[in-house]
Design a protein around this ligand. Structure first.
Ligand code: PMV
Length: 354
């Protein structure tokens, strides 16, 4: 039973290198950002469980007594943690979506309801709990993306900088605190569709696309080597030059995979006009890009590029890599259930009648 407000957070993340290739068993380098999503969990006596995701304009509430009366045995079918299609179809009836609900909103609500209804064990924050949080966050990713690699939930759970390949995670020791710009083009895209397009292109042109994926793998490994060298020696201009070249090569490969977008081309051109190198991060097709900020840049130089980007209609954040993973900020009760797993999914707050 929760007795107090619980505030938790998890970092946003970017993939430095390896997006899409990671879905095909290659290496990805992912880092946690000093930009966090906060989740507030608050008990109340309304008899309702309410979900409030202000960033995406979602406010929903369900009657707890009604939820308890419904037959939820379908959630136990097969592996109880895996959100297979049949379970999600039945869950849509429980969610009771209004007609004007967008797909984006439906998926966010569905991920919440799925995890809310499935997670019931009480846990502490041990290494095992983090595994559990990561596992549940992965299931939430499955609801939204279909066939995720697992890199996103892993880096938001453990934070820092991770090398990820086929579920095997290793942390980079002492990653340099690189500064980057995270830029949102605000062009909506479906990760699921983009991942599928890459798969189809790989099936259609295996001799062309497989070497691209192998080359992206080599870029991730080279980036890891440079970052480790930067951690052990004093970072030198050559290190940044190498990182910039890797960014450019990967961006071209991602375009060749078909996940570029005119907004991302514009982003790269605008930053290049200021001598800075950028690539898309994540699924592409719009979405977000990252720009490496070399340490020699002055404040006014950074401001100028930020202004140029916002002038294109993009949102822009200056941040650094290697932030801590999922964290509790107000530990009302260490016996609290692992609702924290939702943190990586829900940019907002929700209240539960517990
Ligand atoms: O767009 P995002 O931030 O969800 O990242 C997707 C990354 C992919 O490699 C394209 C897919 C995945 O599951 O790893």
């Amino acid at each position: 039973m929760l007795s107090d407000v619980l505030l938790v957070s998890a970092p946003g993340k970017v993939i430095l290198h390896g997006e899409h290739a990671v879905v095909h068993g290659k290496v990805a380098l992912a880092v946690a950002l000093n930009l966090r999503t906060f989740l507030q969990l608050q008990p109340h006596s309304s008899g309702k469980v309410s979900l409030n995701l202000p960033n995406i304009g979602i406010k929903r509430a369900w009657d707890v007594a009604r939820l308890q009366l419904l037959d939820m045995s379908f959630l136990e079918q097969g592996d109880p943690t895996v959100p297979i299609l049949e379970k999600l179809e039945k869950l849509k009836e429980v969610a009771d979506f209004p007609e004007d609900c967008t797909d984006h909103e439906r998926l966010a609500v569905l991920a919440f309801l799925y995890l809310y209804l499935c997670i019931c064990r009480k846990q502490r924050w041990t290494a095992e709990d983090l595994e559990l949080i990561n596992k549940w966050a992965f299931q939430g990713e499955k609801v939204i993306h279909g066939n995720p690699s697992g890199v996103d939930n892993a880096v938001s759970t453990w934070g820092g900088a991770l090398r990820y390949q086929q579920g095997k995670i290793s942390s980079l020791k002492r990653p340099p605190a690189l500064k980057i710009l995270l830029i949102n083009t605000k062009v909506p895209r479906s990760t699921k569709a983009l991942v599928l397009n890459v798969r189809n292109r790989l099936l259609k042109f295996p001799k062309i696309v497989a070497p691209l994926l192998t080359s992206i793998n080599a870029i991730s490994l080279e980036c890891e080597r440079v970052l480790e060298e930067m951690a052990t020696a004093v970072p030198a201009p050559e290190h940044y030059l190498a990182l910039e070249e890797l960014i450019d090569m990967n961006q071209h490969h991602l375009n060749a995979l078909g996940v570029g977008h005119t907004s991302l081309d514009q982003l790269c051109q605008v930053t290049m006009a200021h001598g800075l190198h950028s690539k898309l991060t994540g699924a592409g097709g719009g979405g977000c890009g990252i720009t490496l900020l070399r340490p020699d840049l002055t404040g006014p130089e950074v401001e100028a590029v930020k202004q140029a980007l916002t002038g294109c209609g993009f949102d822009c954040w200056e941040t650094s890599i290697g932030a801590p993973g999922v964290s509790v900020h107000t530990a009302a009760s260490l016996d609290a259930p692992v609702w924290q797993a939702l943190d990586g999914l829900c940019a907002g707050q929700w209240a539960s009648s517990s």
